[in-house]
Design a protein around this ligand. Structure first.
Ligand SMILES: [Zn+2]
Length: 209
């Protein structure tokens, strides 16, 4: 197989060593580390020089073609010889395949975005990408965090809506003997009334009457 395969895969830090055609038509792609950074100790950042051993990881990736690709990455385990570093050894990792990950970063992001941006259910995204429900849900939580923490865009018309949860409840003030509604049952929501940002925030309580 020629070098085009590397370009097609587009997995930063990993190089294609060879490609094997399996009986069912799928292709098995053998990968090697192609990123110097992979041997930097994740604890102290110092580049390791002594190999402890080899390991094989088979991360799932985005669907590719009808028959799919099977990735096999043979990677090193390194000793960290840096004095004072608590990490004695570590396994190589690249951005697309972090240590311990069973799926590539781009597959995880694609799964999360299907739910977040494309209106797909978790179940459907799992079917489309061949992932389990917990994996997709986890990916969705991750990408949802990106928009939750991002500052909202400009709002032309702010909608304010007060809603009460459940039935009204009352409490008697022991000092005055007056009955007061219990606090905390009202919620005030702020929405982007003419835009597409939806609910911007929700706080407990309401404006004084
Ligand atoms: Zn270290």
């Amino acid at each position: 197989m020629d070098n085009d395969t590397t370009l097609l895969l587009d997995l930063d830090g990993l190089a294609v060593v060879r490609v094997e055609r399996l009986e069912d038509g799928a292709r098995r792609v053998y990968l090697a580390t192609a990123d110097e950074q992979a041997r930097a100790c994740p604890a102290c950042g110092v580049f390791a020089t002594r190999v402890k051993g080899w390991g094989v990881t088979r991360p799932r990736d985005l669907p590719c073609g009808e028959r799919g690709l099977e990735l096999v990455w043979r990677k090193r385990r390194w000793y960290c010889a840096q004095p004072g570093c608590a990490r004695r050894s570590f396994t190589e990792q690249v951005r697309q395949v972090p240590a311990g990950a069973r799926i590539t970063t781009r597959l995880r992001q694609a799964a999360g975005r299907r739910v977040r941006d494309a209106g797909s259910t978790v179940v459907q995204a799992g079917r489309d990408l061949g992932l389990s429900w917990p994996t997709v849900m986890d990916a969705f939580r991750h990408v949802a965090q990106e928009v939750m923490t991002a500052p909202p865009g400009p709002v032309r018309v702010l909608g304010i809506d007060e809603t009460r949860r459940g039935r009204m409840q009352w409490r008697q003030d022991p000092g005055t003997g007056r009955w007061e509604p219990t606090a905390g049952r009202w919620h005030t929501g702020f929405v982007d009334a003419t835009g597409i940002q939806g609910l911007l925030g929700q706080v407990e309580g309401r404006a004084p009457q």
